[in-house]
Ligand binder design. Structure first.
Ligand code: ZN
Length: 493
């Protein structure tokens, strides 16, 4: 029963029994971050949702190769084919090498994800490390007649593709008029045969700093091609599960499917991945999260409590628990109050488990670890319903309290078995690891040092503020001033 796992497959719009292509092996690809800014709650939701999937598949005994990419080139502003590269723009504004920006925010992402107990993927390929693979794939797509070159740029030919395959199957957007309405491309449209076409390779203007040699001259890859090239390289085609945020379904994932098909050029259209899983977005007090809306909170601000919308710091475990209280496909609304409630609930849960040690044990049990386990599996197997899992855990906690009131009974052996089961599910499957006091302390100490350095700078005591920074650097802690305030990173940058 334990391996009857069902997923909601975006591609088929229904729940399907998970049957890997080559059991016990599972290939999982998830679109990772574009590394040009501080990691925020949206990053956390996607990473945690697929971390749960990764952990659970491993728990069920599958051998999972989890590939999550780092987008460090090609993702242009507004997700369009024109405009400045997100990383190059940040580099220009901060007068840094683009690779310095990508490295800094990759480290910041890793640091935040480690704190949230998100397991590192098996392979974390970078787009800039796979330029050759992308060029080869574009060449193949072009040879197969699904791409054309104009002035050193190469575009995917949607009209040619549609003669052989269906475009828009995943998103359900089969109507090109509708697709155009959401395409925000304004410039460069005259280069394309059809406005629906998207860039595979872009010619680099003289001022463009991220550029590579290619058969079409110096340029850089489009955003979508990296995921087709890297997923094929590491997982083959087709592979088992492709994941990402809901906002990536169109155009990113639709383009990925088209590119992979156009490259393989099979008689029967091939679905790049057998199962497509998408996690929902996070809203803030009912509104979309955005830098321009002033409700954008970075993960470091949550950990330190240094944002006007927060009344206190929140531990990474609380943030993780808050995210898991909702099913990954449901919307999740953040508010300071919701996080406070999550913090209280988590404490109640952990205290409830501890209570198992101090109960008055009986000669027989009115409930068993086995019954609880089967409920937990049932919830998880139903499209990774962590909300249900957590609700089940609280029912167990209620029963533990009922033992105290003599409404339920437990033997000492059963209490021990239940404790082991709950701790295993919490720590290994949900990744809820109670905070290590020393980590919390380090965070608090670092906040004190950052405040002292800010005070020194406000008093123009630069000798002191620089000394604080340099002494921390000597013990491998880097302070970095960002528009959102000073943050600290473990390691030299
Ligand atoms: Zn992607």
């Amino acid at each position: 029963m334990n391996n009857e796992l069902y997923f909601y497959n975006t591609y088929t719009h229904q729940k399907e029994l998970f049957q890997p292509l080559n059991p016990p092996f599972v290939g999982l690809y998830v679109c990772g971050p574009t590394v040009y800014g501080e990691p925020h709650l949206g990053h956390a939701r996607s990473a945690i949702s697929f971390d749960i999937l990764y952990r659970y598949l491993k728990h069920l005994g599958y051998k999972v190769r989890y590939v999550r990419n780092i987008t460090d080139v090609g993702h242009l502003e507004n997700d369009a084919d024109e405009g400045e590269d997100k990383i190059a723009k940040k580099a220009r504004l901060e007068q840094l090498e683009p690779m310095e920006v990508a490295q800094f925010y990759t480290d910041a992402y890793h640091f935040a994800m480690d704190k949230l107990h998100v397991l590192r993927p098996s392979i974390e390929p970078r787009a800039t490390g796979h330029i050759l693979e992308q060029i080869k794939m574009i060449q193949k797509i072009q040879q197969n007649g699904f791409a054309y070159e104009v002035n050193g740029s190469v575009y995917f030919d949607i009209q040619a593709y549609k003669k052989k395959y269906r475009y828009g199957e995943l998103s359900g957007r089969l109507d090109s008029e509708e697709n155009l309405a959401i395409s925000r491309e304004l410039e460069g449209i005259q280069e394309k045969k059809h406005p629906e076409d998207f860039a595979l390779w872009k010619k680099a203007n003289p001022e463009h700093i991220m550029r590579w040699d290619s058969p079409w001259g110096e340029g850089f890859p489009g955003w979508h091609i990296e995921c087709s090239a890297m997923s094929t390289k590491y997982l083959g085609s087709p592979f088992d599960i492709h994941g990402g945020g809901l906002d990536l379904i169109f155009p990113h994932h639709e383009a990925e499917i088209a590119q992979t098909n156009a490259c393989e050029c099979l008689e029967n259209p091939l679905n790049q991945a057998k199962y497509w899983l998408h996690c929902n977005m996070i809203t803030v007090n009912g509104k979309k999260m955005g830098k321009s809306l002033g409700n954008f909170i970075t993960l470091n601000e949550f950990f330190s409590g240094s944002h006007p919308m927060l009344t206190q710091p929140y531990s990474p475990t609380t943030i993780r628990f808050f995210i898991l209280q909702a099913h990954y496909r449901s919307t999740l609304d953040f508010s300071n109050e919701a996080l406070q409630a999550a913090e209280k609930a988590l404490i109640r849960l952990l205290q409830g488990i501890q209570k198992l040690d101090t109960l008055k044990y009986a000669g027989k049990s009115s409930f068993t670890a086995q019954e609880i386990e089967s409920q937990l599996y049932q919830a998880m197997n139903d499209d990774l319903n962590t909300a249900k899992v957590i609700a089940e855990l609280f029912q167990v906690i209620d029963k533990i309290h009922a033992v105290d009131l003599k409404q339920e009974t437990l033997t000492q052996t059963e209490a021990l078995a239940i404790k082991e089961l709950l701790n295993n599910w919490l720590e290994n499957i949900l990744g809820i690891v109670p905070e290590n006091r020393s980590n919390e302390q380090l965070e608090e100490i670092m906040q004190i040092l950052i405040e002292l350095r800010n005070e020194a700078r406000a008093q123009k005591n630069y000798a002191l503020s620089d000394a604080i920074r340099d002494k921390l650097q000597a013990v491998q802690i880097t302070l970095r001033d960002t528009p959102e305030g000073t943050i600290w990173v473990n390691g030299k940058i």
